[in-house]
Design a protein around this ligand. Sequence first.
Ligand code: HEC
Length: 157
Amino acid sequence: MKKLLIITAFGIFAYACGGEEKPAAENSAENTSTKPGGDDPAYDAKRGAGKFKDVQVSPQLNAALADKGTKVYDVKCASCHKVTTERLVGPGWAGVTQRRTADWILNFITNTEEMLAKDPEAQAQLEICLVRMPNQNLTDDEALSVYEFMRKNDGVK
Ligand code: HEC
């Protein structure tokens, strides 16, 4: 019986995340207490934490790479992310490559736990979604391809 209750509660949370954006005020009180970087004063909020640094992004799309990324998306990401602005379990991806730097996205998707521990933006998303994104164990190649897929989705040609 207890188990059932927990499942029901989770269902409600997941549902709450599927709808409209919540008004910012609902989340702001907790967000202001977030210390960027946690205990790490050198934390770079534009870059995030992880192995990717100063990744150079070509103005042109690498179409073959983006196609690979489509497959990664279908298998590992589509259950939680739409490619529109609409939230599913996690935020919709439309515009994500404009909101975040390449380094941030690549670090977030390959080093999710540390980023959730340190990054104020990731923590803000967590407060809205109430679900921690599980580390998807992407290889670097998979991460770069899914990033290229995001760029394609954001209109890079
Ligand atoms: C089980 C659900 C789930 C899966 C699967 C998932 N994510 Fe997420 N993702 C989330 C949630 C929830 C958030 C926001 C909360 C957080 O930061 O944990 C998020 C946040 C993100 C963000 C930050 C978006 C922003 O606007 O800040 C990116 C980028 C991202 N995910 C990429 C990916 C990629 C790439 C994959 C597939 C390889 C993936 N996610 C698979 C749930 C998921």
